[in-house]
Design a protein around this ligand. Structure first.
Ligand SMILES: Nc1ncnc2c1ncn2[C@@H]1O[C@H](COP(=O)(O)OP(=O)(O)OP(=O)(O)O)[C@@H](O)[C@H]1O
Ligand SMILES: [Mg+2]
Length: 319
């Protein structure tokens, strides 16, 4: 499969330290790709190489088919980049800010007026078009910054922590905007520390640590790769029934672990690790309900969230 962003053995060295260390990144076209990693992992440095703002020490990156080391013009036309910090723009109104960046992309004046209107509409800032940029709240600045990346209608958006420092409402708004942009056919590659956002909107995820990719793939692949077995909580009525259930479970080869959970009123539950696939889980569930020596109240398959996966594959540093 061709990837719209791809890197091979990408490396950036500062003071003899490999801050990006042989990175292989693969972003399929149309993906919403979450690039996750602890502070200092190399996310911003990777993005700066992808956007041609800094040169790789070695290796190569291709963006929309253009090599960053050979065709920076092609790369720049294909991407919209939102850095992790909003610059200082005193004395500029919201509409002027967008108009200015559109002019940087050589968009003729006659086209800029309707374009700025469209962009303001898209990020829901029309009512603030005449306000000074520096007076906007962090959330609105972030939306304006996103609008700016869209001025030349790029295929790919590279966004460095678009939801950082935003309150929950502003975060959800940015999240919704990213989904809307993906629905418009854009590929979105963004870095984040907010794992809930990844879980909610991403189709793909890459986890970077110490400059190296330690896990990457579609959300479904990642779940499967990092969660080789399922975890089932089985609820019975009484502790003696649970003992019988335990004995029964131990006779099943795919059950690798059984652990008691605290007894609560009318409930005696346990948790077991099961290595069978989803078909086998269904078969096990069916069997459980037909054994006559104990009564099963419920069988719950526990899903692991991205946070758990992240903690398992990194050394546990989440900021
Ligand atoms: N210009 C530079 N000169 C020297 N070291 C640098 C430079 N830029 C980045 N680094 C170092 O490279 C490492 C990776 O930094 P980078 O900003 O890419 O991490 P990050 O994953 O974006 O972190 P964060 O989550 O904090 O934004 C850090 O240790 C940083 O100090
Ligand atoms: Mg960064």
């Amino acid at each position: 499969m061709g990837f719209i962003i791809e890197t091979k053995d990408l490396r950036k060295t500062y003071n003899k330290r490999h801050v990006v260390d042989g990175l292989a990144l693969q972003v399929p076209e149309g993906a919403i790709y979450g690039f996750v990693g602890p502070n200092g992992a190399g996310k911003t440095t990777t993005m700066r190489m992808l956007t041609t703002l800094t040169r790789p020490t070695s290796g190569e990156a291709w963006v929309n088919g253009y090599a960053v080391s050979k065709d920076s013009r092609g790369v720049r036309q294909s991407i919209g980049y939102m850095p992790d910090q909003f610059g200082v723009y005193e004395d500029m109104r919201v509409w002027e800010y967008l108009d200015f960046f559109a002019s940087c992309y050589d968009i003729p004046e006659a086209q800029r007026k309707p374009l700025v209107g469209d962009l303001l509409q898209l990020v829901d800032l029309m009512h603030r078009r005449d306000d000074m940029v520096d007076q906007l709240s962090a959330g609105l600045k972030q939306r304006l910054s996103l609008a700016r990346t869209l001025a030349h209608d790029p295929k790919i958006l590279i966004l460095d922590e678009p939801a950082a420092a935003l309150d929950p409402t502003a975060r959800i708004e940015i999240r919704e905007l990213l989904v809307e942009l993906a629905n418009m056919g854009k590929t979105i590659f963004f870095s984040t520390h907010i794992l809930a956002d990844v879980q909610e909107i991403c189709t793909h995820i890459g986890i970077i640590e110490n400059g190296k990719m330690i896990a990457q793939g579609s959300m479904a692949e990642m779940q499967a790769q990092l969660q080789p077995h399922s975890s089932l909580v089985i609820v019975t009525r009484t502790a003696p029934e649970r003992e019988q259930l335990k004995e029964w479970l131990h006779s099943i080869p795919q059950v690798t672990q059984v652990q008691d959970l605290p007894v609560t009123a009318g409930r005696a539950s346990l948790k077991c690790a099961f290595t069978g696939d989803s078909e086998a889980v269904i078969a096990l569930r069916r069997k459980l309900f037909t054994v006559e020596t104990f009564t099963i109240i419920d069988v719950i398959e526990e899903k692991q969230d991205i946070e758990t996966l992240f903690m398992r594959v990194t050394k546990g540093i989440v900021s």
